[in-house]
Design a protein around this ligand. Structure first.
Ligand SMILES: Cc1ncc(COP(=O)(O)O)c(C=O)c1O
Length: 380
């Protein structure tokens, strides 16, 4: 059966270079980077090279990079670590459409007595800048916003965020869905999170990029690895795999985002010609991230469409992978003002630079055929 994997924001298939690098690291370079003999020092050097490789694409040369177990831990360390170094009760700002790994960290801080303010978004998923301005005027010390929304592809205007904040608060950007697919510059953030398995690297590895001036309270104590900020013997195979995946993504060249956008627009056009009523939830596709689009199929519940597509070898999701099993309407779409009924029809399509035109055309063809069948059973 033909297949189309269009769930790359849930996870991506590790590239051959990542698999190779990991297996080489486990077979030959398995030494502990904290050991002092030559082979171990070589592994330590590889870690340093990996850090440089990850920092360069976001112009983070002067920053520190802490390897973590993924995006969740990077987000937790950024938020809980930064606030952990602050005194007294803080005013904190977080956008209404963040990933649970950010939301839950702020919930924990609210439980500890901090004044957490949720900044709303408009129908395009853009921050309500006037709300942010008010929270900053009240003395907010940390602002957290994602670079690319995992459900809608809405993009953060990081330059504007930086200029609105104007040095009054630390800025944390969750770059898990943006890193290497949408350009970013560490000039605009103090803390930036990324994850390996979203960009054809392995699962269980990610990183937090931190400006040198920012002080964090470590959340994992022990041997003092990662500059004392994340103890535990480093996941050297994971790091090797991540560095290889980053190298491969970078080698795709400067045209990659535009090519990815062209594929996404092709998907939307092909779906629209098969299903003229299709809705786009979120920003206009041309001004969103090049790899994510959220479409609504009127009258057909997202999970019904998802499982029907699965039967045809087309893999998508109804929202973020972590929340899609909970069978409730997306809080991201709700925050954008999408009605619960419309939100029920949502399907997220997420591409990778390796998504083929054949996959896109096959998926659109199957969607058209299934929609015609499924809408006959729609609830009236
Ligand atoms: C925006 C965003 N942040 C954080 C995460 C968590 O990353 P990880 O799976 O590496 O813990 C995800 C994963 O879906 C995500 O989409």
């Amino acid at each position: 059966m033909k297949q189309a994997y269009l769930d790359n924001s849930a996870t991506t298939r590790p590239c051959e270079a990542a698999v190779e690098a990991m297996s080489r690291c486990m077979r030959e370079g398995y030494y502990n980077p904290s050991s002092v003999y030559k082979s171990a020092v070589e592994v330590f050097r590889e870690l340093r090279n990996a850090r440089e490789r990850l920092l360069a694409p976001v112009r983070g040369e002067g920053c520190e990079l802490i390897f973590t177990s993924g995006g969740t831990e990077a987000n937790n360390l950024a938020i809980l670590g930064a606030v952990g170094r602050m005194r007294d009760r803080q005013v904190l700002a977080v956008s209404a459409v963040e990933h649970p790994s950010v939301r839950a960290a702020f919930d924990a801080l609210a439980d500890q007595g901090h004044d957490v303010r949720v900044i709303g978004v408009d129908g395009e998923g853009q921050l309500k800048w006037d709300e942010l301005e008010r929270v900053l005027a009240d003395g907010a010390s940390l602002v957290s916003c994602m670079q690319v929304n995992n459900e809608t592809g809405a993009l953060l205007d990081a330059r504007r965020l930086h200029s609105v904040v104007n040095g009054r608060a630390l800025i944390h950007v969750d770059g898990v869905q943006g890193y290497l697919r949408v350009p970013f510059d560490m000039r605009y953030a103090d803390l930036y999170s990324l994850s390996g398995h979203k960009l054809h690297g392995p699962k269980g590895i990610g990183a937090l990029i931190v400006k040198k001036s920012v002080r964090l309270l470590p959340r994992q104590l022990g041997g003092g690895q990662e500059n004392g900020l994340r103890s535990g013997t480093e996941n050297t195979p994971g790091i090797a795999g991540l560095a290889a995946a980053v190298a491969e993504m970078c080698a795709l060249g400067a045209d990659m985002p535009a090519e990815l956008m062209a594929k996404k627009l092709r998907l939307i056009e092909a779906v629209r010609s098969a299903v003229p009523d299709v809705l786009v939830n979120g920003p206009a596709p041309e001004v969103a991230a090049p790899h994510i689009v959220n479409l609504g199929f009127p009258g057909v519940r997202g999970e019904v469409m998802l499982h029907a597509l699965e039967g045809e070898g087309v893999y998508v999701s109804t929202g973020s992978a972590c929340s899609s099993k909970k069978l409730k309407v997306s809080s991201v779409l709700t925050a954008m003002g999408v009605s619960p009924r419309t939100a029920e029809w949502a399907i997220r399509f997420s591409l990778s630079p390796h998504t083929t035109v054949e996959e896109i055309d096959y998926a659109a063809d199957r969607i058209g055929a299934l929609y015609d069948q499924l809408k006959r059973f729609q609830r009236r």
